[in-house]
Design a protein around this ligand. Structure first.
Ligand code: AP5
Ligand code: MG
Length: 389
């Protein structure tokens, strides 16, 4: 979704620029001022409660505003995004907006704030008064509205500045020129749709081989927690030292270690089209952790693909690898192989259920040569991306 908030004092041009933004982007428009005015025109309960406050230039109470917004959002499911005009206007409303975005599994892309000197604001509104028919467009009320803005609304700017989502812009000048500057910001903060694929499968299923190919083919960043941990061990880092005893036994390492490594990798690739995860999540807890890690950067798991091979095939492949130079310390003995397969089954089944419940579970047959398996994997990912599974 693309979610934009236009911010600034009365008369700054929020409504004017909103019209242009709505022409350009297919968004749901939420103008609390317009909504209140139509409630008043309809003579609804809510409208009656708001009327005198608006006529005096005060702010309508947060409860009423929240009711209005909920109503609007519920009647626009599947929206491509929302343009907020005149909301949030208090810090309480900013928190409400955050909750709302979270509920829709999205977040605000930017708050664009227009700046115009007070004298010009008053001139504009007095000029508009001649045609607007708005009860609050007269000098006395305008002054009150500006005061309310200074006292209650301005602090909202800080809230978004701290989140690095606040973009101040000059609001004096040609309307089209200001619009161009707004669009620049919108484009800059528009997030590209990201694809995050989790590859799961028994040890020996070929996740590493196929994960690398997949990442390369779709321009994704490959994240293998196992590979990263082996590198840390090789480099003799603190993380490596902590991970080594578990890795040597073929056991799952404590969650703090892969979390740090994944977080680092995600942060190193802020412009990635997405990620391919191999070897993570291995447990239900890690599935929750991955969701949390991705949510922090406004992403989510797109799909989990289970690479299916029979147990005997897994044993054959691992013991064959044990005889090559790619051998892992735990490939050597039948006992360790069986131990890993058992752990896999026990720990990973809940992970599979987790994704099944979200409709994100997919599987492919991972038998055959590398090329054959990759063809099925590639086809599966294409189907997922085009929603044609
Ligand atoms: P609301 O309707 O939101 O009014 P406002 O914030 O006071 O803003 P305006 O609509 O007056 O100005 P605007 O920035 O949209 O400017 P416009 O594009 O029209 O709210 C009204 C009341 O409802 C509030 O006071 C409050 O009581 C209540 N309310 C609403 N939301 C609330 C909330 N969330 N919580 C609590 N209470 C809430 O432009 C103004 C004029 O300037 C126009 O004539 C335009 O043509 C002209 N103009 C625009 N751009 C330019 C330019 N670049 N150069 C020259 N002229 C320009
Ligand atoms: Mg307006």
């Amino acid at each position: 979704m693309l979610n934009i908030a236009l911010f600034g004092p009365p008369g700054v041009g929020k409504g004017t620029q909103s019209k242009k933004l709505l022409e350009k982007y297919n968004l749901t428009y939420i103008s609390t001022g317009d909504m209140l005015r139509s409630e008043i025109a309809e003579g609804s309960d809510l409208g009656m409660k708001a009327k005198s406050i608006i006529e005096q230039g005060g702010l309508v109470n947060d409860e009423l505003i929240i009711q209005l917004i909920e109503k609007k959002i519920n009647t626009n499911p599947g929206s491509k995004g929302i343009l907020f005009d005149g909301f949030p206007r208090t810090t309480v409303q900013a928190y409400v907006l955050e909750g709302l975005m979270l509920k829709l599994n999205t977040s605000l892309n930017c708050m664009i704030s227009l700046d115009v000197p007070e004298k010009e604001l008053i001139n504009r509104l007095l000029l508009r008064a001649k045609v607007s028919g708005r009860a609050d467009d007269n000098l006395e009320v305008i002054k009150n509205r500006l005061k309310e803005y200074e006292n209650k609304t301005k602090p909202v700017a800080d809230f978004y500045a701290k989140k690095h989502k606040y973009y101040p812009l000059n609001g004096v000048g040609e309307i089209d020129e200001i619009f161009e500057n707004i669009v620049k910001i919108v484009e800059q903060t528009k997030s590209v749709p990201q694809t995050n694929i989790v590859l799961l499968g028994k040890p020996g299923a070929g996740k590493g081989t196929q994960g690398n190919l997949l990442a390369h083919e779709f321009g994704l960043v490959y994240i293998s927690t196992g590979k990263m941990m082996r590198q840390e061990i090789k480099d003799g880092t603190e993380i490596g030292r902590l991970a080594k005893p578990y890795m040597d036994k073929g056991e799952i390492v404590p969650d703090e270690i892969p979390i740090q490594l994944i977080e680092r990798k995600i942060n190193e690739n802020p412009d990635a089209n997405g990620f391919t995860f191999k070897g993570f999540p291995r447990t239900l807890i890690q599935a929750y952790i991955l969701d949390g890690l991705l949510q922090r950067v406004n992403m989510s798991v797109s799909a989990m693909i289970d690479m299916k091979i029979p147990t005997l095939e897994a044993i054959k492949r691992l013991s064959a690898r044990g005889r090559t130079e790619k051998a892992r310390p735990y490939d050597g003995s039948a006992e360790l192989i069986v131990n890993r397969l058992e752990q896999y089954k026990e720990k990973t089944n809940p992970v599979i259920d987790y994704y099944k419940n979200q409709g994100k579970y997919f599987s492919i047959r991972a038998e055959g040569n590398e090329k054959e398996v990759f063809e099925s994997l590639e086809k599966k990912v294409e189907d997922i991306l085009h929603n044609s599974y």
